[in-house]
Design a protein around this ligand. Sequence first.
Ligand SMILES: CC(C)(COP(=O)(O)OP(=O)(O)OC[C@H]1O[C@@H](n2cnc3c(N)ncnc32)[C@H](O)[C@@H]1OP(=O)(O)O)[C@@H](O)C(=O)NCCC(=O)NCCS
Length: 297
Amino acid sequence: MDETEPEVNTSIQMERPALDAKKFAPSTGAALDKPQPCPPAASESRWPLSPARPELARDEIHAWCAVLDELASDLPAFAETLSAGERQRAERFQFDRDRKRFIVRHGLLRMILGRYLNIEPARLSFTCESRGKPALAGTLDGRTLHFNLSHSDGLALFAVARRFALGVDVERIRPIPEIDQIAGKFFSARESAMLKALPAEQKLEAFFNCWTRKEAYLKATGEGIADALAQIEVSLVPGPTAQLLNIAGDAREASSWSLHPLAPAPGFTGAVAVKARDSKLACWRWPEKFPAAGTIR
Ligand SMILES: CC(C)(COP(=O)(O)OP(=O)(O)OC[C@H]1O[C@@H](n2cnc3c(N)ncnc32)[C@H](O)[C@@H]1OP(=O)(O)O)[C@@H](O)C(=O)NCCC(=O)NCCS
């Protein structure tokens, strides 16, 4: 994200393992030659607007969603907070829309973290773990935050916690022509069977529930999705709860994690995986417009 930015801009070059990005476009704006669906309006999200200073308790997770294109008119204010490394990353995007979304997303990340830490967004610096997971750098007076972010089709999702490692993923629910073949490749036998047994109208949502829950876990560990998707077993049936069932066949290890399903806006599904048996979740929506000067840090 800044000085330790990896050479490769994963947002535009990373393909999911063995998936044809054109057929199953990840959240990275693949298949840009095709008409893109309209992102939702922030007002369509049912998550409440955040208070000016949300309190993050020690056992809490806060999830934030934002519609990036609605904030693009405030691009200079977001860009101002970025490091030289982040600006260079932004410049590497081929398409203007993706560049703007990157700037807003990373500016927002800084603003959100800055609110909790009471630090100016531009003063934060980041480091990367070995497989690219970003983390806050420096001591920050002994305080730190765990965080992770995800984006799909213009919707960004952020998750923040004081004590727990976490990972977040969001996807727009969209048609997948070869749904059973893709599930056969990346889901466990039990997950594929659960998916096949569902009525047609629940299948797509269940597919993306499964995908985002696995990915949220693999982002929480920092491992990424390259090799391990099929080893993580999760519940997938649409509904208000989610469960991590097995990690490489180990149900005991899975039970030391919690998984929260997220529905940030109509047509999107996501999840946050938390390294804690119990964790409380609060969800916030970033305002449509950049808050007036003085109301944010
Ligand atoms: C992390 C990963 C799952 C994200 O895939 P995605 O669905 O396309 O992207 P999402 O929108 O959900 O998440 C992207 C964000 O996750 C974060 N991220 C990047 N790598 C991460 C990792 N290993 N673990 C957790 N989070 C990660 C970043 O904040 C990134 O945002 P940015 O691109 O704006 O900086 C995928 O890129 C991956 O598997 N990476 C690991 C690759 C690897 O092994 N690299 C080794 C050399 S760096």
